[in-house]
Ligand binder design. Structure first.
Ligand code: CAA
Length: 283
C-alpha cells in the first residue's frame, strides 16, 4: 500500500515532532488535537525547530516552507478520513487511546493502517478493540523526534507482514532506523532505560549520591548525553512512573517496583521540565 497522507492524533511533544519529520520527508500531514491552543503551539514549535535546522544548514529554507505547507491542523477527528496511516500520539492512558480509535474508525478507509506511539501500553490489547488488528502496530518515536535516529516498530500478536513492511518503509523514508520489537511490557528501549532511571532515583533516595553526582557519573563515566535524572525530567516523571508501573504489573517482578521517591515527586506535581520542577528547578 502506498502511504502519502499521515494522520497524527495528539499535538504534544511527541505529536508535533512526528508531524515535523513526516512533513519534511514529503508526507501530507493531518495533525489533530482536541485543543485549538495545543495545535497553535505545535505549529509554533515545529516552525521554531525547523528554523533551528535551517540555521544549522541541515534543512533549506525552501524545504522548510514546503514542509509547513504540507501540514494541516484540525480539532475534528473526522478530518483524518483521507489518512493512509494513523499515528496516535495522545496522552499515555489506555482508555483515552481506545476512545480515539473508536471515534476515528467510522471515518477511515478500510485499508488505513493504525498505529500508536505508545511507550508501553499493549499493542495487542489496543488492536483487539479495533476492526483491524492485523493492520495495527506500535510506531514508537524517541524524544526529541527530529534528532533521535530510532523508531521502535512493535508487532501485536495479529499484525500482518504487509503492515509491518509499510511502516518500515515510512521509517526508511524518514532516514531513521527501525528496531523491530515484540509486544511485551515497555518493548525494548523502555524495558532497559526505565529501570536504569528508576535505579538512579533509588540511588538518590538512599543517599548514595546527590542529583549532580548521579548525573555527572553517568554523563562522564558512561558517556551518556544526559544524566538519568536530567533525562527523567526531560521525559516527564509521570511518564517514567507510568512505564515502571506497566513493567511491574506486566512482568510481576519486584525488580521493577517504582522508587517511592519517584511516586512522591509525581504526587507533588513535580513532573520535570514540563511543570518547571522535577529533580532540577527550571523556574
Ligand atoms: N528539533 C530539532 N533539532 C533539535 C531539537 C528539536 N526539538 N532538539 C535538539 N536539536 C538539535 C540541535 O539543533 C543540535 O543540532 P546540531 O547537531 O546540528 O548542532 C542537536 O540537536 C543537539 O542539540 P543541542 O546542541 O541543543 O543540545 P545537546 O547537544 O545537549 O543535545 C539532546 C540535546 C539531543 C536532547 C541530547 O541531550 C540527547 O540526546 N539526550 C538524550 C535524549 C534521549 O535519551 N532521548 C530518548 C528518551 S526515551 C524516549 O523518548 C522514549 C520514551 O518512550 C520515554
Amino acid at each position: 500500500m502506498q502511504i502519502q497522507t499521515i494522520g497524527i492524533v495528539g499535538a504534544g511533544q511527541m505529536g508535533n515532532g512526528i508531524a515535523h519529520v513526516m512533513s519534511l520527508a514529503g508526507y501530507d500531514v493531518l495533525l489533530n488535537d482536541i485543543s485549538e491552543d495545543a495545535l497553535t503551539k505545535a505549529l509554533e514549535t515545529v516552525r521554531g525547530n525547523m528554523a533551528r535546522q535551517v540555521g544549522r544548514g541541515k534543512v533549506s529554507e525552501a524545504d522548510m516552507e514546503a514542509a509547513l505547507g504540507r501540514m494541516k491542523v484540525t480539532t475534528q477527528l473526522s478530518d483524518l478520513g483521507p489518512s493512509d496511516l494513523i499515528i496516535e500520539a495522545a496522552t499515555e492512558r489506555e482508555e483515552i487511546k481506545q476512545a480515539i480509535f473508536e471515534q476515528l474508525l467510522p471515518h477511515l478507509k478500510p485499508e488505513t493502517i493504525l498505529t500508536s506511539n505508545t511507550s508501553s501500553i499493549s499493542i495487542t490489547r489496543l488492536a483487539s478493540r479495533t476492526d483491524r488488528p492485523e493492520k495495527f502496530m506500535g510506531f514508537h518515536f524517541m524524544n526529541p523526534v527530529p534528532v533521535m535516529q530510532l523508531v521502535e516498530l512493535i508487532r501485536g500478536i495479529a499484525t500482518d507482514e504487509e503492515t509491518f513492511a509499510a511502516c518500515k518503509e515510512v521509517v526508511d523514508r524518514l532516514g531513521k532506523t527501525a528496531a523491530s520489537a515484540e509486544d511485551f511490557p515497555a518493548f525494548i528501549v523502555n524495558r532497559i532505560l526505565m529501570p536504569m532511571i528508576n535505579e538512579a532515583v533509588y540511588t538518590l533516595y538512599e543517599g548514595v549520591g546527590n542529583v549532580q553526582s548521579i548525573d555527572s557519573s553517568l554523563r562522564l563515566g558512561a558517556n551518556h548525553p544526559m544524566g538519568p535524572l536530567e533525562l527523567a525530567d526531560f521525559i516527564g516523571l509521570d511518564t517514567c512512573l507510568a512505564i515502571m508501573n506497566v513493567l511491574h504489573d506486566g512482568l510481576a517482578d519486584t525488580k521493577y517496583r517504582p522508587c517511592p521517591l519517584l511516586t512522591k515527586y509525581v504526587e507533588a506535581g513535580w513532573l520535570g521540565r514540563k511543570t518547571k520542577r522535577g529533580f532540577y528547578d527550571y523556574r
